[in-house]
Design a protein around this ligand. Structure first.
Ligand code: GLC
Ligand code: MG
Length: 248
């Protein structure tokens, strides 16, 4: 399998961080073009996904994507590096503040139309649910319900179907800012790409951002915002369109 050099995070002067499902993956021809471009460039490469690290590795192997230099997984609640997927324990410690998973489960159990995802969706710093929006309260009602229970957490809604509860300090956006700082990239040297609700905080983190053409309706509200480019093209072709747009 091909491999990006892990030292690229230290050497590169630009960093592309892409969501996996429905952003990086979806169009094999465009994906190949993007990978070729990245490998011939001085751009370091990261993914930011709702998937666990194990599931992210598996899907990238299936799509023949070389392992990235940076892995932001489980909706920004875990960070790993390189081919060896070396874990960033500092991040886990940083986000652990005020995290009370049992109390989150108790509070959410009182709501209708929301059920826990299977065990593989549950992580140390991520509790994930499936939502039936015809039966469940709205996302803002869920957020205020959690606040009424004195739970300082992030409640993130994607694809009108998934609800992720994370520690307050975790999200793809906060993980991107942490990595920018740790690896010495200013935000204008970072391009982030996404398609759905769990990408919102990274798309508004101050980096150059692209919403790919096949985006989910919960991102419509970002249209017209500074530094958020809505591509016409879908999937990896949309990322390539943004690379040209930003002259990245
Ligand atoms: C991925 C994860 C799931 C999460 C969803 C949205 O599908 O497996 O747990 O709810 O992304 O972030
Ligand atoms: Mg996605």
């Amino acid at each position: 399998m091909l491999n990006f050099q892990t030292s690229k995070l230290l050497e590169a002067n630009r960093l592309l961080i892409s969501d996996i499902d429905h952003t990086l993956l979806g169009d094999r021809i465009a994906l190949k073009e993007l990978i070729d471009y990245l490998q011939s460039s001085e751009i370091a490469f990261g993914v930011a996904t709702g998937r666990s690290i194990e599931s992210a590795k598996q899907i990238l192997e299936e799509w023949e994507v070389p392992f990235p230099d940076l892995w932001i997984t489980s909706v920004g609640s875990e960070i790993h590096y390189g081919e060896a997927t070396q874990v960033d324990n500092d991040w886990g410690e940083h986000i652990h503040d005020q995290w009370q998973p049992e109390l989150v489960c108790e509070a959410i159990a009182k709501l209708s139309g929301i059920k826990l995802q299977s065990a593989e969706g549950q992580r140390t710093h991520k509790i994930s649910y499936l939502v039936d929006p015809t039966k469940s309260p709205s996302i803002s009602e869920i957020q205020s319900h959690l606040r009424q229970h004195q739970l300082q957490v992030q409640a993130i809604y994607s694809h009108q179907e998934f609800l992720d509860i994370l520690p307050l300090r975790a999200s793809k956006g906060n993980a991107v800012s942490y990595c920018a700082n740790k690896w010495n990239f200013s935000m204008e040297k970072i391009l982030v790409a996404g398609d759905s609700g769990n990408d919102e905080q990274m798309l508004t983190s101050g980096a150059n951002a692209v919403v790919v053409g096949n985006y989910s309706s919960e991102l419509e509200k970002l249209r017209g915002r500074d530094q958020i480019y809505f591509a016409n093209d879908k999937y990896a072709q949309g990322i390539l369109e943004a690379i040209a747009h930003y002259k990245f």
